[in-house]
Design a protein around this ligand. Structure first.
Ligand SMILES: [Zn+2]
Length: 369
């Protein structure tokens, strides 16, 4: 008899969950991109079927076709365990391969999308403009897909379903399964990095900001196109109830509780500072802020305590600080904090990357010490 455990809709180790904040589009599974689906419909998934159930240990053969004879693409299936222990998986494949085999390791629900790129753009800086995504598949592994997830990405749904508070499943008793992946071509190198933008901000060769903590702390998600969010607009620092600092002199221009999408989809307590160089920094998921709107702050001053406020599908996000640097006030002006913070980033480790290799994605990911 399996012990009954309560499994939150997303996993416990969910430091990297999506942030919901002012103006940010709603994302319901990390890294799943519904907007990209309409950009290009050349590629169609042939199997399996939406909502299909597989038994644990059974192979899932994902297959697809390119309906546009004029175009060649390179493909990467991405899938996420949205019930069960959270994990992201992806694989890069050749254009010759029009199928991919997945063997899930746990009783779960998977959300899957096939990403593809124009093959002649993939190695260039324009790659992101030529990135597309297939329709979304939801699959049950050793269980039927619960109603919420079955409806959530259904193409024919008429309204968004209401998320349940949590879901109870029987703990699976399964040995670890080594998934044998077919040989894959090496991941192509990233396009050459763009020149650092720091000069056009200050006109000098010094990064304007300091590190937002008084000591090095780990990162659970880097800025940029990560395995979990596309893009992730800040850096997630893996901390709990830690004092966080103003990264430069400035004025507090925003403080509150983000309710843009309601309390079930919220970035929680946030603080926004407008710096004297015109840039903004924003701190999310705070436990509390120590400074009010209108107050001037000095570089290095303690401004807030990190926390676990905010939620995703009515579930807490787990303790971390989501920290953004922006060229202006709007969220669309986000830039990579690494380019603006004076810090030996090699000393900043990627937290728990062995268990979650997807964390080594995004802009300048590195394992660290
Ligand atoms: Zn974040």
């Amino acid at each position: 008899m399996g012990k009954i455990i309560k499994i939150l809709l997303l996993a416990l180790n969910s430091l990297f969950l999506p942030l919901f904040a002012q103006g940010e589009p709603m994302i319901d599974a990390p890294g799943i991109n519904e907007e990209l689906m309409s950009k290009n419909q050349d590629v169609e998934i042939l199997a399996p079927e939406y909502g299909q159930r597989f038994e644990l240990g059974e192979d899932i053969v994902l297959s697809w076709r390119n309906q546009n004879a004029q175009k060649s693409y390179t493909y990467a299936p991405y899938f996420y365990y949205v019930i069960g222990d959270f994990q992201m998986s992806a694989s890069f494949r050749n254009t010759d391969d029009m199928s991919y085999t997945i063997r899930p390791f746990q009783k779960s629900v998977i959300v899957l999308q096939l990403y593809y790129w124009d093959i002649d753009k993939y190695m260039t800086e324009e790659r992101d403009e030529y990135m597309y995504a297939s329709d979304i598949l939801v699959l049950g592994i050793g269980m039927d897909v619960p109603e919420y997830w079955l409806k959530r990405f259904d193409k024919n749904r008429t309204e968004n379903p209401t998320p349940p508070q949590s879901i109870t499943i029987e703990e699976p008793i399964i040995p670890a399964i080594i998934v044998e992946q077919p040989s894959t071509p090496p991941k192509p190198p990233k396009p050459a990095p763009k020149p650092k933008p720091k000069e056009d901000v200050l006109g000098q060769d010094v990064k304007p900001f300091r590190f937002p903590f008084s000591k090095p702390v780990g990162v659970s998600q880097w800025h940029g196109y990560t395995a979990f969010q596309k893009p992730h607009k800040g850096i997630d620092f893996s901390v709990a109830r830690e004092n966080t600092l103003a990264v430069g002199d400035g004025l507090v221009v925003g403080r509150g509780y983000d309710t843009y999408y309601g309390k079930c989809q919220s970035g929680g307590n946030f603080l926004t500072i407008k710096h004297d160089n015109g840039m903004h920094t924003v701190y999310f998921h705070l436990e509390k802020s120590y400074v009010d709107v209108g107050k001037r702050v000095k570089k290095g001053e303690v401004v807030a305590k990190t926390g676990n406020s905010g939620s995703w599908n009515c579930q807490p996000l787990a303790h971390h600080l989501h920290f953004e640097t922006r060229k202006g006030r709007s969220q669309t002006t986000h830039v990579n904090p690494v380019d603006y913070i004076e810090q030996d980033w090699n000393l900043i480790p990627t937290a728990n990357y062995k268990k979650y290799p997807g964390r080594l994605t995004g802009d300048n990911p590195h394992p660290g010490r």
